[in-house]
Each structure stands twice: as structure tokens, then as C-alpha cells.
Design a protein around this ligand. Structure first.
Ligand code: ZN
Length: 210
């Protein structure tokens, strides 16, 4: 939703409701973990009133554990923290699940997937950043592909059903390779919202790999 038109947010939410998209992806930035500030609780709560699909909330903030309850109240269904922002990652994962949300962990482009080995069976989602987090509309970093392949192998070895999501620079051109590598969810803000027909673009993305 970072690429939505915030002066026409209701209209853009309705578009997603009426499309084949499965989730709303919300990027929360604090101006500390990333060099940008996006939006907070009041906007999320407002959006939740109009949205009819799963809220996938991606926290790009320091000390995310301070706000788990508030994000639950605002409407988060899936709550993803960054590995790089979590000193006590295992505790955070348990806390998110105890509040009744699905727990996700995100990795910046420089963070190897091996850091997830001891928590992979505990998490519902791995979010691979394919750009440096902070801004929409950036170019896809190719190494993300190998990371997805590695995470997929780790998930299979653990016998877990953790989902893999990729975020940043996803287009209709690179989507087939991402899905082939094992991606379950594609975040495609700019690709969708800058398309002449966003509903049609979502439909095309959903057809990838089918
Ligand atoms: Zn995101």
C-alpha cells in the first residue's frame, strides 16, 4: 500500500478488495531503522475498516516488540519484524503468535538466510528484501533469487510450512523466476499501482507459475 494514492486511499483499497490479490501489504517505517517514515496506527485502523483481506504488516522499525499489541489492535493479521532489529528474535516470534497473529521475519539484502536456521520451524513467513528497505519503486537486487532457493531448502529440511514472501522491485518480468525459486507471496506495490489497469496487473501476477 506504500504505492497507493493516499488522497484516494478508500478507492485504492476498494480496488484491492475487488482484485485477485490475497493480502494487503503495509510497510511501517520509523525514520530510524530505515531512512524514511511512512504511516502509523491511526492510518492502519482506518484502512482496516474498508479492507476485506488479510493485513500483512511489515515492520521496518527499531524495537518492534514495543508495539505488537498496538498493531494487533490496529488490525494486523500477519506481523513481520526484521531480523536486524530484533535482539531477542525468538521471544518476539512467540509474543506475536501469543497475540493471535502469524509471525514473519524479514531479512535485509546483506543478511544471510543461515541466521534463520534455529527459528525457521517457529515462523509462519520469511520475507526476503530484494531492495534496501525504506522506499517504494526501487530496482530488484538479483541475489534475492539465490536466497529464496536457500530458504526454500531450509524450510523443506525442517518439514515446516513457512511461506516465502519477496518484497521490492517485483515486476511481471522477474515474477516467474521468483515463483520458480519457491516464492509463495509477491509484494508488488509500484508494479500494481503504476499500471494503467491495476486489477489486470494483479490478475497477470496471479497467473505466474500456474
Ligand atoms: Zn514490505
Amino acid at each position: 500500500m506504500l504505492s497507493a494514492d493516499f488522497l484516494n486511499l478508500g478507492r485504492d483499497i476498494e480496488m484491492v478488495n475487488n482484485s485477485e490479490a490475497d493480502w494487503f501489504h503495509l510497510d511501517i517505517m520509523d525514520g530510524r531503522f530505515v531512512p524514511n517514515i511512512s504511516y502509523g496506527m491511526s492510518i492502519i485502523s482506518q484502512m482496516k475498516k474498508a479492507a476485506k483481506k488479510t493485513f500483512d504488516v511489515h515492520l521496518m522499525i527499531v524495537e518492534p516488540e514495543k508495539y505488537f499489541e498496538e498493531f494487533k489492535k490496529a488490525g494486523a493479521d500477519i506481523l513481520t519484524v526484521h531480523y536486524e532489529a530484533s535482539t531477542h528474535l525468538h521471544r518476539s516470534i512467540q509474543a506475536i503468535k501469543a497475540l493471535g497473529m502469524k509471525a514473519g521475519v524479514s531479512l535485509n539484502p546483506h543478511t544471510p538466510v543461515s541466521v534463520l536456521e534455529d527459528v525457521i520451524a517457529d515462523i509462519d513467513l520469511v520475507l526476503i528484501m530484494s531492495v534496501n528497505p525504506g522506499f517504494g519503486g526501487q530496482k530488484f537486487i538479483q541475489q534475492a533469487l539465490q536466497k529464496i532457493t536457500k530458504v526454500k531448502a531450509m524450510i523443506n529440511a525442517a518439514g515446516s510450512n513457512t511461506l516465502i514472501e519477496v518484497d521490492g522491485g517485483v515486476t511481471l518480468e522477474n515474477a516467474p523466476a521468483l515463483v520458480a525459486a519457491g516464492c509463495d507471496a509477491l509484494v508488488a506495490g509500484n508494479t500494481v499501482f503504476s499500471a494503467p489497469d491495476p486489477v489486470e496487473m494483479i490478475k497477470k501476477l496471479k497467473q505466474v507459475g500456474k
